[in-house]
Design a protein. Structure first.
Length: 664
């Protein structure tokens, strides 16, 4: 067993539970310690410099939002540079996020503003606030609950533990003829196998299209489906495909984390549009009125009531009596506060029960419920069961996260690609013990016959696919017809006579004399020389007709990403390799950063990270790196040799030999 892999099989449910409880506690402790360490040890200014806080924001209340939340605009005149973006969970505070922070979610972000949906109003006295990234413990609690409920779940434990293989028996069903043969085989096997089937979907092979067809046919058969993925964007992509086929869906989750086109299908909005929601609104309106009236009376704090219970205060107040030194008038006024409080509580309980009935009614009528893996453990689905659970991007979710939806149905279809990046695991100890080894990878290792490889890719020019196909997929992938006609020049006003920006689909640019650098106090890396060349070539493409949305820039190191963002136009997408997984662009610039005499390349040697980086471009991939440093690693040595054989390696002069913009 190689490091990083847990047991493929588990002896008993207790063995399984103990193994993952241990890993989750290691990961949870690491995440919480990281957050607390930062917030306690760094000033707000230091966290802002690290990209995890923004100071000096002026809040403007924009009014009510879905589910009783409030929408705020947070603005400042100085341009905002931060890692915080749409969908992030945050704390808005006056000065101390761990003391007075109010939780929320970022809806939108511009150069100067955030649109933030908060769980409650900000105090009126807060004229200026700070915004901090926040760690939420709820996913850990839901994973732990799934482990505790292992025997209560609907899924076959003997298959989960690896004791018994699934039964693979394709279902004779009419599949859409727009799907290719491998996709059709996957659909039939997924619908006929019991209790699981795995769809191995490499880059651009139509994995989501295949899953949507499975959802369509499952609904036709009268099955109730829970469709999940680890990230909100992956859930939304699948949900959009289902909507395009006119399938009835409900999307569970915070509306601010959903694509705008899916908010109409959010559970929150469907609840508010329900015919019985008027009663709930009336209750909450009445509660607000009672709260306003309550402000006129003294709240019976422990100091005021001197040990008296609410019932005693009511009795004394009705009889206009004093007690324990409390004057009669004070007692009567406190009693009125208590009367209002009890009425508020009764109204709230009634509103919550009616809301629960509305939610059950909506979910009962939904053929497909969409949620993240963590969202599948929400209170809305606590007592819900399904006929089939579908997990997309299953190789991005840890096994305990996948377990949350898995236990809600007797059958499962998991889709993903274990040749691309695994889940992010912060704890090195948990990683070493295998938390990054997913359920999909464990099952496809144990039960290879219960899987189908989608083998036709529709994304990129065959030349871009060639090396990853040979290296990571044993040459089993094929390019769809017509992809060989993709050209960079088709996006430009006219072809460029340029050694880098010509119509060759892949070019490796050797950048000598541009060593990597490390910022003080940072563990990351940057390479200004490579960044300047990318800036020059992006400007050249834009001047010759390429649109910003055509271009993506990838770097494996966060500091290089920050450097590039400062050099390139705002509408050019710049992300780490991990941030670009699942994304694609017509043109990709890949800066490999590392350049040192020792030949050290750090985590670049992760084959899955390179696979992701090489497979994001549709028609042009430009790789910048130091050939002398990279070639000392066997993987990059093979990549360079492969590209040299095809005449796809060029060099730029060192900084002493020429300025960016004049590649040799």
């Amino acid at each position: 067993m190689r490091p990083g892999k847990p047991p493929l099989r588990f002896e008993t449910p207790d063995h399984y539970r103990e193994h993952f409880f241990r890993l989750l506690e290691l990961e949870r402790r690491e995440e919480m310690e990281t957050m607390e360490r930062e917030m306690r040890s760094l000033s707000g200014l230091e966290r802002e410099r690290a990209g995890r806080a923004v100071l000096g924001l002026k809040p403007t209340d924009r009014g009510p939002w879905l589910g009783g939340r409030r929408l705020y605009t947070l603005w400042r005149p100085a341009e905002i540079e931060t890692e915080i973006g749409p969908g992030d969970m945050v704390l808005v505070s006056l000065r101390h996020p761990l003391r007075d922070g109010i939780p929320g979610v970022v809806l939108e972000r511009t150069r100067h503003t955030f649109q933030v949906v908060l769980e409650q109003r900000l105090p009126r006295a807060w004229r200026q606030v700070r915004l901090d990234l926040y760690v939420n413990d709820i996913t850990f609690r839901r994973m732990a609950q799934a482990l505790r409920n292992l025997e209560l779940g609907a899924f076959d434990l003997s298959v989960l533990l690896g004791h018994r293989p699934p039964r693979v028996r394709p279902l004779a069903v009419a599949v859409a003829d727009t799907l290719n043969p491998a996709q059709q085989r996957a659909v039939k096997a997924a619908l006929g196998s019991w209790p699981l089937f795995l769809i191995h979907g490499p880059f651009g092979t139509g994995k989501t299209t295949t899953l949507v067809e499975i959802l369509r046919l499952a609904v036709e058969q009268g099955l109730r489906v829970l469709a999940t993925a680890d990230s909100n964007i992956a859930v939304d992509n699948l949900a959009e495909g289902a909507l395009a086929r006119d399938l009835p869906i409900v999307r569970i989750g915070h509306p601010a984390k959903m694509l705008p086109a899916l908010r109409e299908q959010s559970l929150d909005l469907q609840v508010e549009r329900h015919s019985r929601y008027g009663l709930v609104q009336a209750h909450w309106k009445r509660i607000e009125e009672l709260r306003e009236e309550q402000k006129r009376y003294p709240r019976p704090t422990p100091a005021r009531r001197r040990g008296l219970t609410y019932e005693q205060i009511l009795r004394h107040g009705r009889h206009f009596k004093s007690s324990r030194g409390i004057p009669r008038e004070e007692m009567r006024r406190m009693a009125r506060w208590v009367e209002l409080e009890l009425e508020i509580r009764a109204l709230r309980e009634s509103a919550e029960k009616e809301t629960q009935r509305i939610v059950r009614d909506i979910l009962k009528r939904a053929a497909i419920v969409f949620a993240t893996c963590s969202g599948a453990g929400s209170e809305y689905l606590e007592n819900e069961t399904f006929d089939l659970v579908v997990v997309d991007e299953a190789t991005q979710a840890t096994e305990p996260a996948t377990l949350i939806p898995l236990l809600k149905a007797p059958r499962a279809v998991l889709a993903g690609d274990h040749r691309q990046l695994p889940p992010t695991v912060l704890s090195q100890a948990a990683e070493a013990l295998g938390l990054g080894f997913t359920l999909f990878e464990r099952w496809i290792t144990l039960f290879p016959r219960a899987s189908e490889l989608l083998n036709i890719q529709y994304r990129m020019h065959p030349a871009i696919m060639e090396f990853p196909n040979l290296r990571f997929y044993e040459g089993k992938l094929k390019a769809a017809p017509g992809l060989e006609n993709l050209r960079l020049s088709q996006l430009l006003d006219h072809p460029l006579d340029h050694p880098v920006l010509d119509d060759r689909p892949v070019v490796f640019v050797h950048v000598p004399g541009a060593p990597e650098q490390q910022r003080r106090g940072s563990t990351s890396r940057e390479n200004p020389g490579q960044a300047l060349w990318i800036q020059t070539w992006v400007d050249l493409l834009l001047k010759h007709g390429a649109r910003a949305e055509h271009i993506g820039v990838i770097a494996p190191y966060e500091d290089q990403v920050k450097l590039l963002r400062g050099l390139l136009p705002e509408d050019i997408e710049v992300k780490t390799v991990d941030g670009f997984q699942g994304r694609e662009k017509e043109i990709i610039f890949l800066s490999l950063v590392r350049s040192n005499p020792q030949g050290e390349i750090g985590f670049l040697r992760d084959q899955r990270r390179l696979n992701v980086a090489l497979t994001r471009a549709r028609r042009k991939l430009v790789i910048l790196g130091d050939r002398d440093t990279l070639s000392q690693d066997p993987l990059y040595h093979d990549l360079l040799a492969f590209l040299e054989q095809r005449g796809a390696v060029v060099a730029v002069p060192s900084p002493q030999g020429g300025a960016p913009g004049s590649p040799a």
